[in-house]
Write a protein that binds this ligand. Structure first.
Ligand code: SAH
Ligand code: SF4
Ligand code: F3S
Length: 390
């Protein structure tokens, strides 16, 4: 039996809400196994970085941070260092090769193995890699001992079958799989009993919830069931894909009291040519109609979007089309990213022909535009914006 003083773990998340939720689950699992969670790597016997691969910048941050752990490992040779999450899947061999101080790698779907992995390494097992869990068709059951505050995440589905040509997520999170509604309702009921007031339903594409389940259910039907047990808790959800968002969803948002009127609906580009190359499966006109329908049905609802600038083949005209649609749609929040080629993806085979300088110019132009939109809106009314860490 390991002594308690050897059981201090530091965990840091570098990714999206799903990544943060996975870290919270891992903390619960480790606490159940007698570990204490500590606030800084200096105090820890094990340091775990939960990583993201969505853009190169996200990976560079992790490489930089792991580098700084070298001195701790010299001072404390038994220190265990683990890289988990999406980048562990994407960069498995590279991480072990470049970073000899890393003791284990574990993919997002193998999280539950981590307490055992740490024990095995302490017992001299050497380096360990668990990365195949994303091939599984199930999402592990939630912990009944789950700790929660006023806000909580609940995973309703995981993985993605959309294969947008720029995106690494389907390769690191695997195929779409949903959790049975009974289990989701049980988890939400438990969280509410423990005092949760703001609950966010998570999925890479929540609108395709239900695919592959034995029960006949879709996302709107799930929201209706949740609304019945929500009591005074507020329910949000994240993220929606425009090809699957529907009038039925907007009407449910309007009619169900517990559902918060916030819709994150990434547009990515205002050019049909680029949307096609991105494999997004909708046109600008379809997106525009959805946004207008949403605003008409969900009065005062918050609408936000993601945009990528500098995708391969994006001309000045394509960018201007994006600029104009952002101006027209008046998002309550817009998250703007510079295109970053990702391994495994289709777009990695396209020529990355927009220079970094030009990507930066387009990025700044859109940021300035969005800032102006927001300051004009604030003059009209003071409504809080939507925040997310993607
Ligand atoms: N599942 C979510 C998106 C997850 S990734 C959805 O489909 O909405 C979050 C955002 O990162 C995406 O919406 C996209 O705008 C951006 N992104 C993804 N891959 C990228 C890449 N290779 N380069 C730049 N931005 C990217
Ligand atoms: Fe990535 Fe597209 Fe799936 Fe979102 S819908 S996770 S952008 S492949
Ligand atoms: Fe990043 Fe993985 Fe989330 S790649 S955006 S941490 S699903």
């Amino acid at each position: 039996m390991l002594k308690k003083m050897n059981k201090k773990v530091f965990i840091r998340s570098f990714g999206c809400q799903m990544n943060e939720h996975d870290s919270a689950r891992l903390k619960d699992l480790l606490i159940e196994r007698g570990y204490a969670i500590c606030g800084s790597p200096e105090d820890a016997n094990a340091v775990i970085f939960n990583t993201c691969s969505v853009r190169k910048h996200a990976e560079d941050r992790v490489y930089g941070k792991v580098g700084t752990l070298g001195e701790f490992k010299i001072k404390k040779p038994g220190l265990i260092i683990g890289i988990i999450g999406c980048m562990a899947e994407a960069r498995r061999d590279e991480i072990f090769r470049k970073l000899p101080i890393v003791d284990f790698l574990c993919g997002p779907a193998d999280l539950d193995r981590i307490p055992d992995i740490i024990d095995k390494i302490k017992n001299g097992a050497g380096r360990i890699m668990y990365l195949e869990g994303y091939k599984s068709k199930i999402i592990p059951a939630f912990s009944r001992k789950r700790f929660t505050g006023k806000t909580a995440y609940v995973k309703i589905m995981e993985g993605c079958d959309n294969f947008c040509s720029y995106c690494i997520v389907p390769y690191v999170r695997g195929r779409e799989r949903s959790r049975a509604s009974k289990e989701i309702l049980e988890e939400i009921g438990l969280l509410i009993k423990k005092g949760a007031k703001d609950i966010t339903l998570l999925g890479q594409n929540v609108n395709s919830y239900g695919k592959g389940l034995q029960e006949k259910i879709n996302f709107v039907a799930l929201l209706k069931k949740i609304d019945k047990i929500a009591r005074s808790a507020k329910i949000s959800f994240f993220t929606s894909h425009p090809k699957d968002a529907s009038l039925e969803l907007f009407k449910a948002m309007r009619d169900l009291k517990s559902i918060v009127n916030i819709l994150h609906l990434p547009i990515q580009s205002g050019s049909d040519k680029i949307l096609k190359r991105m494999n997004r499966k909708y046109t600008v006109a379809k997106y525009k109609k959805l946004a207008l329908d949403y605003r008409k049905i969900v009065k005062g609802g918050n609408l936000s979007g993601d945009i990528i600038v500098g995708f391969p083949g994006e001309t000045e005209k394509d960018f201007n089309d994006t600029f104009n649609i952002v101006k027209k749609l008046q998002f309550d929040a817009a998250y703007i990213f510079k295109y970053s080629p990702r391994p495994f993806t289709k777009a990695a085979g396209f020529k990355d022909d927009v220079t970094l300088k030009e990507k930066e110019r387009r990025h700044t132009l859109l940021l300035d535009l969005q800032r102006n939109i927001l300051s004009n809106k604030k003059l009209l009314c003071s409504r809080p914006g939507l925040e997310h860490s993607n």
